[in-house]
Design a binder for this molecule. Structure first.
Ligand code: FES
Ligand code: FES
Length: 157
């Protein structure tokens, strides 16, 4: 097995680890850093549960090798709140957009990447953006409501 040293900046902290080259970023976050907020569902790029933000872009971390994150910045669900819940987290709670919660971290990371580049997206844009994130529980409307509400909260800041 090939091993490699990587340094990844996760939620503002620097981590250097020696890892197998085939380790995914999702495995790296969960098994090496114990950041288990990032979920692994399908492990093949279909469900979005593992979504994190890599250098500003939402990615399925099960499809990214950890060695490809070497030297890069990763934001996970553990890094989105700043002392209090992020408006997206609060809006998901307020809108009843969390049921079993398994999809929620990935949904929030996808939504955050969207709102970071488009602070006032239409419902249609939100719907399109989250189409790679599967939710078995909510029927999606409450999730879209939550993203709209968070956008308004962020605009008032
Ligand atoms: S676990 Fe990565 S997309 Fe499903
Ligand atoms: S809340 Fe259960 S999968 Fe979305």
């Amino acid at each position: 097995m090939d091993w490699r040293d990587v340094t990844v900046y996760v939620n503002g902290d620097e981590y250097t680890k020696t890892i197998p080259v085939q380790m995914t970023l999702a495995e790296f976050l969960r098994d090496e850093l114990f950041l288990t907020g990032t979920k692994i569902g399908c492990n093949e790029g279909e469900c979005g549960a593992c979504t994190v933000i890599l250098d500003g872009v939402a990615v399925n971390s099960c499809l990214v090798l950890a060695v490809h994150a070497d030297g890069k910045n990763v934001l996970t669900i553990e890094g989105v709140s700043e002392g209090e819940l992020h408006p997206l987290q609060q809006a998901f709670l307020d809108a009843g957009a969390v049921q079993c919660g398994f999809c929620t971290p990935g949904m929030i990371m996808t939504a955050k990447a969207l709102l970071d580049r488009d602070p006032a997206p239409s419902r249609e844009v939100i719907r399109k953006e989250i189409e790679g994130n599967l939710c078995r529980c909510t029927g999606y409307n409450r999730i879209i409501d939550a993203v709209e509400k968070a956008a308004l909260m962020l605009q008032k800041r």
